[in-house]
Ligand binder design. Structure first.
Ligand code: PAJ
Length: 278
């Protein structure tokens, strides 16, 4: 496995390896969710490239950029066993040199859901992923359903910019109690960690209500909120949206993306499921 720290070296790697490349962008502190994307990429490509870069442009001024967990040594050991061909570890100074001023920004999709609570976040994500794709030139790029809006934004960006890249989506990996794996779970205290399974429980409750023919999203939101309010969690939002354009839906028909963000102390957790209501 090659460890690559500069853009020039990364471009050389791509030039010297003619087969198909599967690319997994990450911010490190890797867990089984990330590894599951590596496994998918291995099945479909000659080479697998992963990037680890905590991207300052996707964090708001009061968010956790400085505190974001980092353990590159451990990540590298994990990736050696997972069959990755190259790890790209660029420096902030090389990705964003002084005077950097070009951004990729989606007019409406980036302002919905997560974008309302995190202004500028998806501009940061779209900018870094398009830069990384320009450097790595992958055939396929892999994203987790855990970040449902990120997937929608990436598909739209690739389509609008006519990038010759296929976006592949991997399912959300969960802990035994249902909590979606996340690098941010390490912030949780023991009590919060126990309570955090309520995100998935509330999503399952919503699914059950829909299967029992409840179609009013407000009624389901109330039931989810009651469950979450039994814990120390504070709800940021609960959303029922069209999975394709992320428009909010009142009356559930066909497919619905149910997503939520909940604070435990300062830690903000997100989760989602897509439910088919037939
Ligand atoms: P990061 O949070 O490190 O996640 C990297 C990829 O792993 C994303 O596509 C994310 O959806 C996926 N992932 C995270 N947790 C997962 C889980 N429990 N199951 C399945 N997949 C999971 O997302 C980012 O980084 C950044 O925004 C990035 C795309 C790298 C741009 O900076």
């Amino acid at each position: 496995m090659k460890i690559i720290k500069t853009i020039n070296e990364m471009r050389d790697f791509r030039r010297n390896n003619a087969g198909s490349v599967g690319f997994i962008p990450t911010m490190g502190y890797l867990h089984e969710g990330h590894v599951s994307l590596v496994k998918l990429a291995r099945q479909e490509n000659n080479y697998v490239v992963i990037s680890i870069f905590v991207n300052p442009k996707q964090f708001g001024p009061h968010e956790d950029f400085a505190a974001y967990p980092r353990d590159t040594e451990k990540d590298i050991t994990l990736l050696k066993n997972a069959g990755v061909n190259a790890v790209f570890l660029p420096e902030v100074e090389e990705m964003y040199p002084a005077g950097f001023e070009t951004y990729v920004s989606l007019e409406t999709l980036s302002k919905k859901l997560e974008g309302k609570s995190r202004p500028g976040h998806f501009t940061g994500v779209a900018t870094i992923v398009s830069k990384l794709c320009n450097i790595i030139q992958p055939d396929r790029a892999y994203f987790g359903q855990k970040d449902a809006q990120q997937v929608v934004v990436m598909k739209k960006m690739v389509s609008d910019l006519q990038l010759p890249i296929k976006i592949v989506v991997g399912e959300t990996k969960r802990e035994k109690d249902g909590l979606a794996m996340s690098s941010r779970n390490v912030y949780l205290s023991e009590k919060e960690r126990k309570e955090a399974s309520v995100l998935f429980q509330s999503l399952q409750l919503a699914n059950e209500m829909i299967q029992k023919r409840e179609r009013n999203s407000e009624i389901i939101k109330k039931a989810m909120s009651s469950l979450i309010n039994e814990t120390s969690g504070t709800i940021d939002y609960i959303s029922f949206a069209n999975p394709k354009n992320l428009d909010e839906v009142q009356i559930i028909e066909n497919e619905v993306l149910i997503s939520l963000a909940v604070y435990f102390g300062k830690t903000r957790l997100i989760d989602n499921i897509v439910v088919h209501s037939v």
